[in-house]
Design a protein around this ligand. Structure first.
Ligand code: NAI
Length: 337
C-alpha cells in the first residue's frame, strides 16, 4: 500500500523521464534554510518544468545557482524589491510551496512562532488567491495547525476556496517515523502519521506497520520521539534553526506526489487537510490518508478500523489541541480584516 514511499524508490522516481505536462512550482521563502534545498530538489525533479522562487531577500543568488543544474526546467528568482516580484513568481503556478517565516529556537514550541508567521502566511495566501487561485498550496510554515486554517480563511474571503487544494505538509513526521522504526527493525517501512503537526497532535500509527511488535515501553518511547523529533534537531542546531534538510526532502516528496497525481497517476498520501472526519467534535482540519488526483484531494479515506486503543486515546487527546490551534488561526484572519 505504501510501496512507492521509500527512499530508494523516491530517488528512482526523481530521475524518471516520464514527464506528463507543464508544471510550474513556486517556492515562497526560497532563500531560507528549507527553501534552498527544497528548490534544489524541485530543480532535480523532471516533472517540474518551471520554478518561480520568491523570498523577501537573496532569491536572485539562489535562482542563479540552482538554475545552472542541467535539468530542463526554467528558473526565475524574485524578491520583494522587484516590481510585481511575488505576482511573477506565482503566475501560472500549479503548486505553491510555502516555507516562509521564522523557525524555532531551543525551548520554543511551534505555537510560539504564531505572532510572526501568521501574518506572513496570511499575506502570501492573499497573493496566491489573487494570482494563482487554482494552484495547490503546500504550507510548511509553522504552526501548520494554525497556518492552514489561516490560508483557508483568506481563500474563503477571496471567494476562491477549494478545500481539495490546500495542504499542510506533515510529511516530515512520516519520514521521521519511518526512519526511527527503520533503526529498530533494520529496514525502511512506511509508518502512517495522523493528526496535526505539533507535539501531542502528531500521532504515529505503529499498529498499521505489518509485522511490527513493540513492547509498551518501546511504543511509548517511539511515539514520544516522533512527536518531539523536531526538538532533537532544534537542540542540535543550538539556536541556528530547525529541520531544513530533512524537511526539504519531505516537502519535495509531497510535491512530487501532487505532480504525479496531476499527470494522471493514482497517488495515496497523508496530509493535513479540511475534512468532516471529526465534524461532531467541531474540528475541521486533520492529517489523514487521502487519494490525490489532478484537482488535489480526490477522496479522504477513513481511518483504519484496526487502530489500537492507545492510538484512539492519542486522537482524543489531540482533538482539543487541534481545535485550539484551528480557532486561533481562523480568528486571526477574522480579526485582521
Ligand atoms: P529560515 O529563516 O531559514 O527561512 C525562512 C525564509 O522565509 C527566509 O529566507 C525569509 O527571508 C523568508 N521570508 C520571511 N518572510 C517572508 C515573506 N513575507 N515572503 C517571502 N519570504 C519570507 O526558516 P526555515 O528553517 O526555512 O523554516 C521556515 C518555516 O518552516 C518555519 O516556520 C519552520 O517552523 C517551518 N518548518 C516546518 C516544518 C514542517 O514539518 N511543516 C519542519 C521544519 C520547519
Amino acid at each position: 500500500m505504501f510501496a512507492s514511499r521509500n527512499a530508494v524508490k523516491l530517488a528512482a522516481r526523481a530521475f524518471s523521464t516520464s514527464v506528463a505536462s507543464q508544471s510550474k512550482v513556486a517556492v515562497l521563502g526560497a532563500a531560507g534554510g528549507i527553501g534552498q534545498p527544497l528548490s534544489l530538489l524541485l530543480k532535480a525533479n523532471p516533472r517540474v518544468t518551471e520554478l518561480g522562487l520568491y523570498d523577501i531577500v537573496n532569491t536572485p543568488g539562489v535562482a542563479a545557482d540552482v538554475g545552472h543544474i542541467n535539468t530542463l526546467s526554467k528558473v526565475e528568482g524574485f524578491t520583494a524589491k522587484d516590481q510585481d516580484g511575488l505576482k511573477k513568481a506565482l503566475q501560472g503556478a500549479e503548486l505553491v510551496v510555502i516555507p516562509a517565516g521564522v523557525p524555532r529556537k531551543p525551548g520554543m514550541t511551534r505555537d510560539d512562532l504564531f505572532n510572526t508567521n501568521a501574518g506572513i502566511v496570511r499575506d502570501l495566501a492573499k497573493a496566491c488567491a489573487e494570482h494563482c487561485p487554482q494552484a495547490k498550496l503546500l504550507i510548511i510554515s509553522n504552526p501548520v495547525n494554525s497556518t492552514v486554517p489561516i490560508a483557508t480563511e483568506v481563500f474563503k474571503n477571496a471567494g476562491v476556496y477549494d478545500p481539495k487544494k490546500i495542504f499542510g505538509v506533515t510529511s516530515l513526521d512520516l519520514v521521521r517515523a519511518s526512519r526511527f522504526i527503520g533503526d529498530k527493525i533494520g529496514k525502511i517501512v512506511d509508518v502512517p502519521v495522523i493528526g496535526g503537526h505539533a507535539g501531542i497532535t502528531i500521532i504515529p500509527l505503529f499498529s498499521q506497520v505489518e509485522g511490527l511488535s513493540l513492547t509498551t515501553e518501546e511504543r511509548d518511547a517511539l511515539t514520544d520521539r516522533v512527536q518531539f523529533g523536531g526538538d532533537e534537531v532544534v537542540k542540535a542546531k543550538d539556536g541556528l534553526g530547525s529541520a531544513t534538510l530533512s524537511m526539504a526532502y519531505a516537502g519535495a516528496r509531497f510535491a512530487d506526489s501532487l505532480l504525479r497525481a496531476a499527470s494522471g497517476e493514482s497517488v495515496l498520501e497523508w496530509a493535513f487537510i479540511r475534512t468532516d472526519m471529526f465534524k461532531n467534535k467541531g474540528l475541521e482540519f486533520f492529517s489523514t490518508y487521502v487519494k490525490l488526483d489532478q484537482d488535489g484531494v480526490k477522496e479522504i479515506l477513513p481511518l483504519p478500523e484496526n487502530i489500537s486503543e492507545y492510538e484512539k486515546h492519542l486522537i482524543q487527546k489531540a482533538i482539543p489541541e487541534l481545535k485550539k490551534s484551528e480557532t486561533k488561526g481562523s480568528s486571526f484572519v477574522a480579526n485582521s480584516q
